[in-house]
Design a protein around this ligand. Structure first.
Ligand code: KG4
Ligand code: ZN
Length: 368
């Protein structure tokens, strides 16, 4: 290898993500520049079952992963010589699905003699807010930040300090609160299913809510745990929607389209109220210099707008990834690995998938 090609080597991290129903590969530079991000969604495969079928997901990941990696190299116009390391989501997620990505990453790292980094999927969602280049007026987070990660499997409120060695980087992480039952995205998916709105539920609820218009409904839904601590609970809210929908089925008016849309809108309002109120209280009490919003539910236009309004009222920057980096993708996994690599972290070829991998409080780079 010439000196030149050695210098070229080591710029991009190849990230792989197979924790749920998206097969994804990406090539990302240390500055967060995305050279390529390819996501093959399996939504159509799972939609007829109303949710992700783990065995089908794993099999489809195995079919799609190599073509998706090839597509990422094509999109970036790069080859293996440009790759510094391989990053892969090692958990949390569906065990069979995770195993496909982890096995592939280990094989590639071994065959190419490249460092391997296993990434916590949640660290990936937080890091999505730093993917660049910034689009439009998008704010970059300033630390300490309060981060709300809302996805199909998580609802977490986190405090991320500045790294004492480099205040422009994220440092110690502390979890302030989490859901005690359903994740926010899971609640969207369950309510959509019970209202017959299809899967994935988040976008379907958002559309139905828009169609409902602004007129107030003749019922009110609860705001569970609105003023208590930083934990969340969404299963009671889901039950309240289910009861109203069941009751309507027994009345003469029946379950009309109007009620379906109003329930979707009121449910969305209740979830957004709780998420925004708790996030802003945490930002105030924790002395945050910015707020980060990420995860699949961060695609929700109403949540983005309401949180933006609340942050603007306090003069706090709000960092939200562009919609395509809110839902599962591999670019966020690659960027989280850059942070870990810069701190000297490498994983061995014994790396295992861990479906229940939790947050570890401490430096973000350690659990990224
Ligand atoms: O982050 P993600 O792709 O996967 C997990 O790690 O869970 O999040 C998927 C979740 C699903 O529950 C989906 O319904 C929700 O994000 N979601 C939305 C919207 N788009 C996706 N929820 C509310 N509004 C949306 N527009
Ligand atoms: Zn996710």
């Amino acid at each position: 290898m010439t000196r030149r090609s050695q210098a070229a080597r080591g710029r991009l991290v190849l990230g792989l993500e197979t924790s749920c129903d998206e097969t994804a590969a990406a090539l990302v530079g240390e500055d967060g520049r995305v050279a390529a991000s390819v996501v093959a969604s399996q939504a159509a495969l799972h939609s007829r079952y109303g949710g992700v079928v783990p065995e089908l997901a794993a099999r489809r990941h195995a079919e799609l992963l190599v073509p998706v990696v090839r597509a990422a190299f094509d999109e970036a116009g790069s080859g293996w010589a440009d790759v510094a390391a391989i990053a892969v989501t090692r958990g949390p997620g569906l065990v069979g699905a995770l195993l496909v990505g982890v096995a592939a990453a280990k094989a590639m790292a071994y065959a190419r003699g490249l460092p391997l980094v296993g990434v916590n999927h949640l660290a990936g969602h937080v890091m999505a807010a730093l993917l660049g280049p910034p689009e439009g007026e998008r704010a970059q987070p300033a630390w300490p930040a309060v981060a709300l990660v809302v996805s199909g499997s998580h609802t977490d409120l986190l405090r991320i300090a500045a790294d004492p060695d480099d205040p422009s980087r994220p440092g110690e992480l502390r979890r302030l609160g989490a859901t005690r039952d359903d994740a926010a995205g899971e609640a969207f998916d369950k309510v959509a299913r019970l209202l017959g709105l299809g899967y994935p539920g988040g976008p379907a609820i958002e559309r139905a809510a828009e169609e409902a218009g602004p007129k107030r409904a003749g019922f009110a839904l609860p705001r569970p745990m609105r003023r208590e601590g930083y934990d969340f609970s969404f299963s009671g809210l889901k039950t309240a929607v289910a009861l109203l929908w069941e009751e309507a089925g027994r009345t003469a008016a029946g379950r009309g389209e109007r009620l379906r849309r109003e329930l979707a809108r009121e449910f969305q309002e209740a979830v957004v109220d709780v998420l925004v109120e708790k996030t802003m209280r945490a930002a105030d009490e924790e002395g945050a210099r910015s707020v980060v919003l990420s995860g699949g539910v961060a695609r929700n236009g109403r949540l983005r707008a309401r949180l933006a309004e609340a942050c603007a009222a306090r003069g706090l920057p709000l960092a939200v990834p562009p919609p395509r980096y809110c839902t599962d993708n591999a670019a966020m996994i690659a960027l989280a690995a850059h942070l870990a690599l810069a701190r000297g972290r490498r994983d061995s070829l014994d790396l295992d998938a861990d479906p229940d991998l939790d947050f570890e409080e401490g430096p973000l780079a350690a659990w990224a």
